[in-house]
Design a protein around this ligand. Structure first.
Ligand SMILES: [Zn+2]
Length: 171
């Protein structure tokens, strides 16, 4: 089921999300819905708070062409970051049509629980590394525009408020 994506500003996007205590059918359904919502958008990553669920769940698939590689990460945690940094032009499904260069560690090692309840660990590089950091930020109530200066952030927030008003009128 495709779930509606919250648009910034929204208090649910600023919350520290709760860890998932147990992999239940509900958690698996949430991950499946999030992947469907992400592919439909389309996007390469989505965090549970973006669909209004303040739990520590993210999904990603950074494969642009070829066999899809859907990933669902429960309680993801960055356990190592490279000193090397990289710049990517980031966007966010909760901040439509806004893109900005953001600097982050080029590689990160992440530990998480998969949908079978097993602990996994993997080192991410390239676009995957940027994406996983962006999505984990969401679980801590942080958006990519929080890395920008206050004036720029304010300008983007005003633009989004306007977009939300227009969408509300169109319904
Ligand atoms: Zn995002």
């Amino acid at each position: 089921m495709i779930r509606p994506i919250l648009i910034h500003p929204d208090p649910r996007l600023k919350k520290l999300c709760d860890p998932v205590a147990e992999i239940t059918a509900e958690v698996r359904q949430l991950a499946a819905d999030m992947l469907e919502t992400m592919y439909d958008a389309p996007g390469i990553g989505l965090a549970a708070p973006q669909v209004g669920v303040t739990k520590r769940v993210i999904v990603m698939d950074c494969i642009k062409e070829g066999t899809p590689e859907p990933m669902a990460l429960v309680n993801p945690e960055i356990i190592w970051s490279s000193e090397d940094q990289t710049v990517y032009e980031e966007g966010c499904l909760s901040i439509p049509d806004i893109y900005n260069d953001i600097t982050r560690p080029a590689e990160v090692k992440v530990r998480w629980t998969d949908l079978d309840g097993k602990q996994q660990e993997r080192q991410f590089a390239g676009i995957w590394a940027t994406c996983v950091q962006h999505e984990i930020d969401h679980l801590d109530g942080k958006l990519f525009i929080d890395y920008l200066g206050p004036l720029k952030r304010q300008m983007i927030t005003r633009k989004m408020e306007k977009l939300k008003r227009e969408r509300a009128r169109a319904v």
